[in-house]
Write a protein of this length. Structure first.
Length: 236
């Protein structure tokens, strides 16, 4: 059976010069190439002020360092759109079958860690592709290359700016005691993790000791570190 066909539609108007291309679908999803680099310093150009620059930052530190609290505050108070991506939050998206690292680090927990890190990396690249900065947080160990900074660099891009948040052990123990659920660790485990994090000293990465600093001051110090890193990216 043939159906009546109306007159042909007029051709679509060409896009105005300089107009952004239409989104791929109504959600605004953009296809981000695998390993697309995060924005970094452009040779010959002055670095943007940290309050305005589109950047990707990863905040590293032991349990109880205040990574998530500082990262969230920093994202909340920037003058440009900024997202906060917490690896622990993403890892806990798995409900049934969650491989809790506190029950032992094994192939299962490492596989879920890697999956969460990949998910965080994709989210970060997609935010950056849409002009939104992001800050991630994770307890990355300097002596565990298999789950170290290299994976973050691979998933987010070479422009990723790592910053270490490392208060004193007594402060970390006190903050950990205020936690609840599976986020609270035993004192011995906290001390062991803190000791391993000391390996970041001498790495060349910027380190903030926030033992005596409140969240607002620590976020300001982070701004200063990001500004220096944009001007002279650390080698890692």
């Amino acid at each position: 059976m043939q159906y009546p066909v109306g007159p042909p539609l007029p051709p679509a108007h060409p896009p105005m010069p300089g107009a952004p291309p239409p989104p791929a679908d109504p959600t605004g999803h953009l296809i981000v190439p695998q390993g697309a680099p995060a924005p970094g310093a452009v040779p010959g150009m002055p670095p943007a002020a940290p309050a305005h620059a589109a950047v990707a930052v990863i905040l590293i530190g032991p349990a109880g360092a205040g990574k998530t609290t500082v990262a969230r505050h920093w994202a909340d108070t920037r003058r440009v759109p900024t997202a906060h991506i917490s690896l622990d939050d993403v890892r806990e998206w798995v409900r049934s079958g969650f491989a809790d690292p506190q029950s032992g680090w094994n192939d299962h927990s490492e596989a879920q860690y890697r999956l969460a890190r990949r998910t965080c990396g994709f989210a970060a690249r997609n935010f950056l592709a849409n002009g939104i900065s992001c800050i991630l947080d994770d307890a990355v160990f300097p002596d565990r290359p298999a789950v170290g900074l290299g994976g973050w660099k691979r998933h987010v891009g070479p422009g990723l700016l790592p910053v270490v948040l490392l208060p004193g052990l007594e402060v970390v123990l006190e903050r950990n005691a205020e936690r609840s659920g599976n986020r609270r660790l035993g004192d011995e485990e906290v001390a062991r993790i803190h000791g391993r994090m000391a390996g970041w000293y001498g790495s060349g990465l910027p380190i903030i000791d926030n033992s005596q600093q409140d969240v607002t001051t620590t976020a300001r110090l982070l701004d200063e570190v990001v500004a220096r890193s944009l001007a002279s990216p650390p080698s890692w």
